[in-house]
Write a protein that binds this ligand. Sequence first.
Ligand code: F0G
Length: 482
Amino acid sequence: MKRIEMKYLKEQPLELHKPKVVSKINLLDVDERYKAITKATNNTFLLRNEDVFLDMLTDSGVNASSDEQLAASMRADEAYAGSKTFYRLEKAVTSLLGLPYFLPAHQGRACEHIISRALVKPNTRTPMNYHFTTTKSHILAMGGIVDELIIDEGLKIQSDYPFKGNVDLKKLDDYFKKYSKEEIAFLRIEAGTNLIGGQPISFENAKAVTERCKKAGVMTVLDASLLQDNLYFIKVREKGFENKPISEITKEFCQLFDIVYFSARKFGFAKGGGIVLKDEKLYNKMKEFVVMYEGFLTYGGMSTREMEMIAVGLEESMEFDVISQGPIFIDYMVNELVKHKVPVVTPGGGLGCHLDARSFVPHIKQEEYPAGALATALYIVSGIRGMERGTLSEVRNPDGTEKLADMELVRLAIPRRVFTLSHINYAVDRIIWLYKNRDLIGGLKFTREPETLRFFFGELAPTSNWQEKLVKKFKEDFLNKY
Ligand code: F0G
């Protein structure tokens, strides 16, 4: 795209696609929303989607498909073994990512399962820029240990550092002095680091890290689930990449690693996953886990229609016009909120906009789940569903006390090609109103707390009648306004 148009788009986000099929979404009124969140026991995971206006829970498996993807899905070859669809997908993945061997798996965490099973032995360590929940669970399940080597800047909420997902090279050098290659299972890099706000890693940093690993004899693994956004940031934020096509950056980036895996629920605009790797022996070892846990080697637990859609979706992800949409819309949302002093993670990353609940509602102590409470308040005033990423998502300490999270975030994910600018403006408008009325927001407490993954289906209640007061104030203000 021409530079001039690109500049315009950065100032004024513009959808570079048009609706062909649409989904009706419901904007309930505030009393109905209050009822719905009460029925969902103040857990946004338990809301029914028919009660949600803008679903910003996740960007996983909810990205919009293109007409080309849907057309391709109709030619799917349903054969159990040797399906033509598999070979089309294999060709697309290996040629775009540039590693020769491909294994299909039903989603990202299935790839993590296979990789961990093949490489993690009890008490071996896996250093990484930052963990992701499912990755960590699989490594721990195999008896491994996870170490994080993120730069300090990565954990600062407000920053203008362009690559907050970078590895601290000094920490890495010290790490290799401390642990021998026998003690290390592999090093993992997550492009577009999810849990710190979809923050990218630079090409330069990934290169320096993988070179050090090669020297140390340590295998490297790239989690490319959020690579699409990371590619955009390399192109626009890193010197020397301005004029490089996305397809070239993709290949060069992936080829730095021995193994690359991805969730196609994010990277590929469809549902599935896959692993590509350089080593034939390791490929043969992992094959056995695919047939044991996923499905036959030519579908790996995916539907063939989705496989066709992934092949086309990955091709589409090589277009700058396509992959710039998410980050540009997120950047716009972040900047609009910053203008009104609303505390958010900066700079804007991929994946979504993240509200900093600690500063938004500093009067709520972490034991009363400020991010969880803020997510319910936002739903009540807007119908927007976000995801708590804070203490509620943690696991209690063995002595039963709360493990307080490093960050208390409400993630407002922006699924790709789904929301329009007016949706984003609506979200901004309601968040600003909520920020002005933040003193009304109170805490939450568990009424039923599951032992595992409590954030998914735990039941909570407000610590006082603050939600009623919030509804009352909302009605007063908006009835006066309109
Ligand atoms: N890696 C990253 C960086 C992810 O963000 C996810 C999923 C996975 C791996 C696992 O992939 O869901 O296909 O099994 N993230 C989702 C989210 C769940 O909402 O952020 P999966």
